[in-house]
Design a protein around this ligand. Structure first.
Ligand code: SF4
Length: 97
């Protein structure tokens, strides 16, 4: 199942550093970010989004097999949608504010 495109309506936001984290009853880790949103419950940490992003939006969060792509600098996104296209789990949703 891909990231919920309506996650802002279907979940409640908390915050982590400068990002919102969107959770509901069935989420574990939650969705990190808003305009560049990564579902940490789907992310397998393959790093494709980190490699493709032309503006260096993502950082690694965590280490080893548990690492995830954190959209730390979502404000720098230029909406090329490259990260959405390469994610093998469809874990990323990019939307203009
Ligand atoms: S849409 Fe493009 S610029 Fe924005 S986070 Fe994804 S790869 Fe980076």
């Amino acid at each position: 199942m891909p990231i919920d495109p309506n996650f802002q309506a279907n979940r409640v936001a908390t915050t982590f550093e400068n990002l919102k984290v969107w959770k509901n009853k069935i989420s574990n880790l939650g969705i990190y970010g808003t305009n560049v949103a990564v579902d940490f419950d789907l992310c397998v940490g393959d790093g494709a989004c980190i490699e493709v992003c032309p503006t260096n939006v993502f950082d690694w969060q965590g280490v080893g097999a548990d690492r995830k792509a954190l959209p730390s600098r979502e404000r720098d996104c230029i909406y090329c949608f490259g990260c959405e296209a390469v994610c093998p789990k469809f874990a990323i949703r990019v939307s203009k504010p």
